[in-house]
Write a protein that binds this ligand. Structure first.
Ligand SMILES: Cc1ncc(COP(=O)(O)O)c(C=O)c1O
Length: 372
């Protein structure tokens, strides 16, 4: 039996071990170590932002970012239905309301042309979520936000190393967030980052991640925060990873190109868009969408691939179809056909940085057998 190919495996053979040893040798294992500041400032520099606030994961980054913008009861935030629940949860936990738009059938990103018709007097922000490797078309989104005087939250969790029209993703939002889960181009195990140019927002996020502790009297609080702190050990790993970002972007590009070349001849599956006029795909994950003519869906294809030793993941499940939101009475009767289709017919293949050419060949062989 040949070894199972996991959907993701990170590459950790740079300075990770050396920096982690420094944490242990110096005793700096909590969030108060020197790697935190270093990682924050280098990551912010890389994206061209003034402030970086490291947190414990990308979902927490969204929670703190939304709270820092003072979103509250009845406020509306326009976002894609095709995204991870962290986006909608960050909004609805504050009593604000996610207002949804469909995604584009080809790029899987939010339909920017649908945003303006969803704006009301209660709209406070647009949450732009870049999906799977291609960015949202930011220029028209920013233009609408500016014209209506509403904020932009940019979820760039999947876009480390990506640009939109030559400018780094994560540089567009009033607040922008990232994730460093092990399937990201830069990992810290678990981790996240908030970026902003605004001094007050950065300060507020720093407070919110640390239980809203405040000088001069520790343990006296003006508001409720969270413990969202990143440890020095996580930042140590992140710093070592960040040193190799350009190499990782290239490595993912090669994986993506190899898949696309070899899968091109297989009928029945749609492959990811390699580029648009505003960005080349940064290839976070290699997503495929099964043609409507194929008599089975993604669940069936993933099951058959698992039997052949290939790990996969389903696409996101749309927010308007989430049981938790249905039971809250949200999104009743709303339909977003592109998101509904790709949620049922889309999944992604092993896409980690450690993927070898031999493994890619085996994945392609298995996909060819499933779709024969
Ligand atoms: C678009 C997007 N936002 C937020 C998150 C949440 O990040 P985390 O898993 O670090 O909480 C993810 C996770 O992959 C994501 O893909």
């Amino acid at each position: 039996m040949t070894a199972f190919i996991p959907v993701n495996e990170p590459v950790l053979d740079g300075n990770e071990r050396k920096y982690l040893n420094q944490c242990i040798d110096t005793g700096w294992i909590s969030s108060e170590g020197p790697f935190i500041r270093d990682f924050e400032s280098r990551f912010a520099d890389r994206v061209g932002r003034r402030h970086g606030v490291a947190v414990c994961n990308g979902s927490a980054a969204l929670d703190a970012a939304c709270a820092a913008l003072d979103l509250g009861f009845g406020d509306e935030v326009i976002m894609p239905t095709f995204t991870i629940i962290s986006c909608a949860a960050a909004v609805s936990r504050l009593g604000a309301i996610p207002v949804l738009v469909d995604c584009d059938a080809a790029t899987w990103n939010m339909e920017v042309s649908a945003i303006e018709s969803r704006i009301t007097s209660r709209t406070r922000a647009i949450m732009a979520v870049h999906i799977y490797g291609l960015p949202v078309d930011m220029d028209p989104l920013l233009e609408v936000a500016l014209r209506h005087g509403i904020k932009v939250i940019e979820d760039a969790a999947e876009m480390i190393g990506q640009t939109y029209r030559g400018k780094p993703c994560g540089s567009f939002g009033d607040v922008s967030t990232f994730s460093f889960y092990p399937n990201k181009h830069v990992t810290t195990g678990e981790g996240g980052m908030i970026l902003t140019d605004d001094d007050a927002t950065a300060e507020r996020c720093r407070g919110l991640r640390n239980l809203a502790m405040k000088a001069p009297r520790r343990f006296v609080h003006d508001e409720l925060g969270w413990n969202f702190r990143m440890t020095n050990m996580q930042a140590a790993v992140g710093l070592a990873q960040l040193e190799r970002l350009e190499e990782f972007v290239q490595r993912k590009r090669r994986i993506f190109e190899r898949y696309s070349e070899q899968l091109a001849g297989i009928a029945g599956i749609g492959l990811p868009v390699p580029s648009t006029d505003y960005a080349a795909n940064v290839n976070w994950v290699y997503g495929v969408v099964i043609d409507d003519s194929v008599p089975f869906d993604a669940d069936e294809a993933m099951g058959r691939l698992a039997q052949k030793g290939i790990g996969t993941r389903p696409f996101f499940w749309p927010m308007h179809e989430q049981p938790v939101y249905r039971s809250m009475g949200l999104f009743a009767g709303e339909r977003y056909p592109n998101a509904e289709r790709i949620a049922r017919r889309g999944f992604y293949l092993p896409s980690g940085l450690a993927l070898t050419d031999d493994q890619i060949n085996r994945v392609v062989e298995a996909v060819a057998e499933v779709f024969a």
